[in-house]
Design a protein around this ligand. Structure first.
Ligand SMILES: Cc1cc2nc3c(=O)[nH]c(=O)nc-3n(C[C@H](O)[C@H](O)[C@H](O)COP(=O)(O)O)c2cc1C
Ligand code: SF4
Ligand code: SF4
Length: 444
């Protein structure tokens, strides 16, 4: 059986599956049951500085977007960091770490942006013998108005400064948790690295308003008739998180910086995808809140079976393996061509492909042949865009078939199978060494 254990910036974990800092990791009662279920590690719900307890709203703090089968697809919250006393959390963290030495236990922190505040809390966390800290520079609501969370994470200079303080005043590995509410995720990641971060984790939640009640004209979730933006997460955010993770993995400035990926992970497949894009561990929140701690068991067996089938003996065999296959648009091969193909045996003649292609794509699907209802792709019009396959309700009914090297694309009249990117394409006025025939204007 494949070895799922990981060593993430020095922290050992029996598997790469961690619970993200959130309600599932709010107290020893939860964390112990999570460990029993099989989670390799947890990031404890964010601790703040000592003082009057955090006050949350006492109304709906969560909202969700469901798919038609009531699956929670997108999730949103307006909750703050832990509202339990610091002393209690620290005592529980120490006990849990003592009782579960083989599991990773990271403590998430968010205190005011002064060196003294950070120094004070670091000392107290260090005494718990937790494995490391995660700096919450991501919380998009409530705490950011108080100059913490995303208010720090959106300013690379602050990210670097606070990270440096933490490295100076602590022996623990420092993971910097990044906010996605920023135009270029590479900048705070670079800043974290400059500050000495041992790793970054991402994404925290995305600023969001979930909807508006059209009877009361109030956005939701609402509190006593008023609403505020919250943080969006769950399966809907996975593509955004994957892009951000891969941007950091690809960036020469941060390449090799350990990444703990977060955002919409529900299954072992989601986890494996993030890991091929450079993540050394993955963190889960919404899926645990929706389905409970035991989902980790399917994650462990699924990842293990896949690794066995692929011949991977350890996670290092595939972490980052997909990163070299991501590039900028200008490096894609413009001489490669596919055409849609409809399997007539599977087609139920619903007509959705025709409508989509006819109204919004390239009018490449006929709806009638010999006076009969019939859906077939006209190769000479098809640009291979994939829209028909996306909208077809029957799995594998429409497939995208590559044209063989040397074949003539009936749409352009040009041979396929070459390899020209935009950089050498004759249609590019800026091309330094244009090669081969140009693509002519499409006919009106
Ligand atoms: C209810 C709730 C509370 C959260 N609280 C925290 C928090 O205290 N600290 C933190 O760093 N992230 C917090 N998060 C963000 C999660 O750790 C995670 O980054 C985000 O939910 C994306 O992961 P997911 O798609 O698996 O939910 C919270 C998320 C939710 C849903
Ligand atoms: S791939 Fe695009 S252009 Fe071709 S048939 Fe499908 S929708 Fe039309
Ligand atoms: S969408 Fe799919 S099933 Fe419907 S007509 Fe087109 S090919 Fe057939």
């Amino acid at each position: 059986m494949a070895d799922l254990s990981v060593r993430f910036c020095g922290v050992k974990s029996p598997n790469p599956f961690w619970l993200a800092s959130a309600p599932p990791t709010d107290k020893a009662y939860n964390v112990v049951r999570a460990y029993k279920a099989g989670w390799g590690g947890v990031v404890w719900k964010t601790l703040g500085e000592d003082g009057p307890p955090i006050v949350n709203v006492s109304g709906p703090r969560y909202g969700a977007i469901h798919s038609q089968d009531r699956r929670v697809f997108g999730f949103n919250n307006i909750e703050l960091i832990t509202d339990r006393p610091l002393e209690v959390n620290l005592r529980e963290i120490k006990e849990v770490k003592r009782d579960w030495p083989d599991r990773a236990l990271i403590v998430s922190l968010m205190v005011p942006c002064t060196e003294e505040s950070w120094k004070a809390i670091l000392k107290r966390v260090e005494e718990t013998e937790a494995d490391g800290i995660e700096l919450n520079f991501g919380c998009p609501h409530g705490m950011s108005e108080r100059g913490m969370g995303a208010a720090v994470g959106q300013v690379p200079e602050y990210v670097e400064m606070v990270t440096r303080w933490c490295k100076q005043h602590s022996r623990m590995p420092v993971i910097v948790k990044l906010t996605p509410n920023i135009s270029d995720i590479r900048k705070p990641a670079e800043a974290a690295k400059r500050g000495g971060a041992d790793a970054v984790s991402l994404i925290n939640t995305i600023n969001s308003v979930m909807g508006v009640d059209l009877d009361t004209l109030t956005p939701w979730p609402s509190t006593d008739g008023m609403a505020t933006h919250g943080g969006y997460c769950g399966p809907a955010v996975k593509p955004i998180a994957m892009n951000m993770v891969s941007e950091i993995a690809r960036n020469p400035e941060t390449h090799g910086l350990p990444i703990s990926a977060i955002g919409g992970i529900e299954t072992w497949k989601d986890a494996a995808e993030f890991m091929t894009l450079g993540a050394g561990t993955v963190q889960v929140c919404t899926a645990a809140m929706t389905y409970g701690f035991k989902i980790v068991q399917e994650m462990i067996t699924g990842l293990s079976d896949w690794m066995d089938a692929k011949g991977y003996s350890s996670v290092d065999d595939f972490v980052g393996a997909a990163v070299p296959k991501l590039t900028d648009w200008q490096h894609l091969n413009l001489d490669y061509a596919v055409k849609a193909k409809i399997d007539q045996d599977l087609c139920i003649q619903c007509g959705r492909c025709h409508i989509a292609c006819e109204d919004t794509s390239h009018q490449a699907i006929m709806k009638e042949k010999d006076g009969q209802r019939h859906f077939e792709v006209m190769e000479e019009e098809c640009v291979g865009c994939n829209l028909c396959a996306v909208v077809c309700p029957v799995d594998q009914c429409i497939t995208m078939e590559p044209l063989q090297a040397g074949a003539i694309d009936k749409r352009t009249g040009l041979p396929v199978g070459g390899h020209r990117t935009w950089l050498e394409h004759p249609n590019n006025p800026m091309a330094r060494n244009p090669r081969g025939p140009a693509v002519l204007e499409p006919a009106e």
